[in-house]
Design a protein around this ligand. Sequence first.
Ligand code: COA
Length: 166
Amino acid sequence: MTAPHIELAQPHDLARLAVHFAEVADEPLFVLTSEFPRTLEQTEKFLGQVLASPHVGLVLAKLDNKVVGHCLIRSTDHPALKHVAKVSMAVSAEARRQGVGEQLLRAAEKWAQHRRLRKVVLDVLANNRPALRLYEKLSYREEGARKDQVLIDGQFHDELLLAKFL
Ligand SMILES: CC(C)(COP(=O)(O)OP(=O)(O)OC[C@H]1O[C@@H](n2cnc3c(N)ncnc32)[C@H](O)[C@@H]1OP(=O)(O)O)[C@@H](O)C(=O)NCCC(=O)NCCS
């Protein structure tokens, strides 16, 4: 695979971003705890909010005019929490295991470092082996777990809380 371009989302990414979101929205291991855009209209609203906020970064991996991965990083201006950012990410199925996820996460960490944030956190299903291996490779450490936090197809799953200090 040619190397993807890793860059922050721009307004002109809207249509291809909506296609990527639709591809990954129903990914079984991608637990979506907040509303996730699935249509062009929802993506337009979401992208508008992201681009308008100094506290949110959306890093994209683009290949051959297609968005093949994203990493969303959110911080806050709350005085007690403004050193922390939370990430969530997904790579389109056909682009996995080629280093895209790692590049996206490293770019999100740089985004956080530029803003002098100290800590990146994320939630991951305890049985999401690919994601856990990626986070382990990039030195994320487990800080806790929420037991039976997620119900999928009648089965409860634990959610792990991971973090990395920058
Ligand atoms: C998790 C995810 C983002 C990884 O993206 P990716 O582009 O495939 O990951 P990379 O190719 O950059 O892999 C980086 C490292 O992660 C680990 N890894 C990734 N996929 C793996 C797999 N299927 N099995 C084992 N290890 C894996 C490896 O250590 C790999 O390093 P290596 O290639 O040197 O062995 C991708 O599988 C995905 O989008 N999954 C569905 C959505 C999801 O689970 N998101 C995370 C929710 S918390």
